[in-house]
Design a protein around this ligand. Structure first.
Ligand code: UFG
Length: 342
């Protein structure tokens, strides 16, 4: 059974391609390589023993997208990861974000309609909840006004999908990710941010390995036990597995309604200091960090109520924080070793 993974050479996409192949799916990847490299295909092949097909083009290109789908009309389902994802950059270049993230989605939906491909898994984000009124946050919580154009593209995308489904035979599952971190246990694939990382985990590992001089902890005056902000960190392999389960749910017609939404988190909130301490414990490294002012736009605390995913989707995050930070560190070290050899 053929599944299209858009953005399949990226961080979450590559882990999902591996899990799909290991469950017996045939994987076709479309990626424009704007934030990833084609070499990831070799790593996926090394892990699974199967080489996924890669087609390099931009899904915001209508003609190329339609041409692709005509050649691959036997695709049974699509997992759509391909999107820009840097919050700060989206504030600087909103149109670039709206064009890329929304046009590519609309092209895919149109192709799904014309080729009668019924199943879409969409990569959404807990950013749609903003700072929720109640914690833990369930799928029923209100969608708050987006803090950034990036967050807005996720909200609008969910609306575009929902409206499209109302008048077509399509089905979709939106997965709202909390904070994915960590890497594959083989250390062959992981998170590879271009330039200076925005996110906490790659900044920690890059500081420890000597690429960055110092980690800045953004604020320790939040209303939390240790004063630093709290997030629900989830291992990327756990996250990837939820995509495979979602595809199976759609294909086996187990959905309760044509558009379903699930939270993907562990249900446990950890502070920035918790993550640093876990990293120091599993790596044996002392991390050089200082506390600075809060980062603009950050919410104080958010973690998931994953009950609906656990019971209805039949998925549960299995890996704990130490396993996440350990795998991220192993990946950073392995990457350094490989880069030295080249
Ligand atoms: N942090 C630091 N120092 C850093 C980087 C991050 O202290 O160098 C802190 C942040 O202030 C925050 C926590 O670490 O408290 C996590 O920050 P990340 O940037 O790793 O993650 P965010 O929660 O800000 O963002 C993530 C995704 C976004 C998504 C958002 C939704 O990266 O795509 O969750 O809440 F929009």
């Amino acid at each position: 059974m053929k599944i299209l993974v858009t953005g399949g050479t990226g961080y979450i996409g590559s882990h999902t391609a591996v899990e799909l192949q290991q469950e017996g799916f045939e994987v076709v990847i479309v990626d424009n390589l704007s934030n990833s490299s084609a070499g990831v295909i070799d790593s996926i092949t090394a892990i699974t023993g199967i080489r996924p097909v890669l087609e390099v083009f931009d899904l915001a290109d209508y003609k190329k997208t339609m041409d692709f789908f005509q050649r691959h009309s036997d695709i049974q389902g699509i997992i759509h990861f391909a999107a820009y994802k840097a919050v700060g950059e989206s504030v600087e270049q909103p149109l670039m974000y709206y064009r890329n993230n929304l046009v590519s989605l609309m092209n895919i939906l149109e192709a799904m309609n014309s080729q009668q491909i019924p199943n879409l898994v969409f990569s959404s984000s807990c950013t749609v909840y903003g700072q929720p009124d109640e914690l833990p946050v369930s799928e029923q919580a209100a969608v708050k006004k987006a803090e950034s154009p990036y967050g807005n593209t996720k909200q609008i995308s969910e609306e575009i999908i929902s409206d499209t489904i109302r008048t077509s035979g399509l089905k979709a599952i939106a997965l709202r990710y909390f904070n994915p971190i960590g890497a594959h246990p083989t250390a062959l694939i992981g998170e590879l941010p271009l330039g200076v990382p925005n996110n906490l985990m790659p900044f920690i590992t890059q500081t420890a390995i000597g690429i960055r001089p110092q980690l800045r902890v953004f604020g320790n005056d939040y209303n939390t036990p240790d004063g630093t902000a709290i997030r629900d960190y989830i291992h990327v392999v756990d996250l990837a597995k939820a995509h495979v389960i979602s595809v199976q749910r759609m294909i086996q017609s187990r959905m309760k309604k044509p558009f379903e939404i699930f939270n993907l988190g562990t249900g446990i909130g950890y502070s920035v200091m918790d993550v640093i301490r876990s990293f120091e414990k599993v790596s044996g490294e002392r991390l050089n960090y200082i506390v600075v002012d809060r980062r603009e736009g950050d919410v104080e605390q958010v973690w998931a109520n994953p009950q609906w995913s656990n019971t209805e989707l039949g998925w549960k995050a299995e890996k704990n924080l130490d396993e996440m930070t350990y795998s991220a560190w192993k990946w950073e070290q392995a990457y350094k070793k490989r880069s030295r050899k080249q």
